[in-house]
Design a protein around this ligand. Structure first.
Ligand code: G3P
Length: 218
């Protein structure tokens, strides 16, 4: 299972990379806008800082605009994946870009049928937004399960990239279902590691290690 960092913050990306925890990065206009810097320079820096794929989203909602932006975005790094929204124009752009061997991440996916269309349009990744679905009383993980089932029925090669992750449980359930990728906010990535019994056990070992050192010194 691959972990992507859902962030446009270079410090977070650098830290996650130092710990060897991430295989790629996903961004969106909201994450880029949060950084208050020139977004194109930032996006190019993120591509440089990241070994794996970096998803950059088109701003246009029309077909020609998406293709034109995609052509410019792929100049920002060899690892750019074009994020297109799951609309009629987005699907059309996905098909055109995929036919030119440009990887597309179909974003804003909220139904299994949208995911089926994304796969048929040749998307490299499909991004079901689990947290936003849970927030309106639906089940994000049920959507992921249905997408995985459909893709496996027909052997689609589109990777299921679980997005809009809010909790470590979302990551756990994605792994249990066999999702290809989870794109994780930095704070949730840190939470994956935490366990009170690890802290408690470490404190006991530290105290006993101190006693052993003290005995050796006397
Ligand atoms: O990057 C796509 C997605 O993970 C954003 O999720 O719901 O936290 O804005 P959200």
């Amino acid at each position: 299972m691959k972990f992507f960092l859902d962030s446009a913050n270079l410090k977070e990306i650098h830290k996650a990379k130092e710990h060897g925890l991430i295989d790629g990065v996903t961004t969106n206009p909201t994450l880029l806008a949060r950084e208050n810097s020139d977004w194109k320079t930032l996006a190019a820096d993120i591509c440089k800082e990241t070994k794996g794929p970096v998803s950059l989203e088109v701003f246009s909602e029309n077909y020609q605009g998406m293709l034109e932006e995609a052509r410019n975005l792929i100049q920002l790094g060899p690892n750019v994946v074009i994020k297109c929204p799951c609309t009629a124009n987005g699907l059309r752009a996905c098909k055109a870009l995929s036919d030119q061997d440009i990887a597309v991440n179909m974003t804003l996916v909220f139904s299994p049928l949208q995911a089926l269309l994304a796969a048929k349009a040749g998307a490299a990744y499909v991004s079901p937004f689990v947290g936003r679905l849970d927030a309106v009383g639906h089940s994000g993980m049920e959507l992921v399960e249905q997408i995985i089932q459909i893709y496996s029925n027909y052997e689609f090669s589109t990777q299921v990239l679980v997005a809009s992750i809010r909790t470590p449980t979302h990551v756990l359930e994605s792994a249990l279902l066999g999702a290809d990728v989870a794109t994780i906010p930095f704070s949730v990535l840190l939470d994956l590691l935490k366990h009170p019994l690890t802290d408690k056990g470490l404190a006991a070992f530290r105290s006993d290690a101190d006693k052993l050192v003290e005995k050796t010194n006397h």
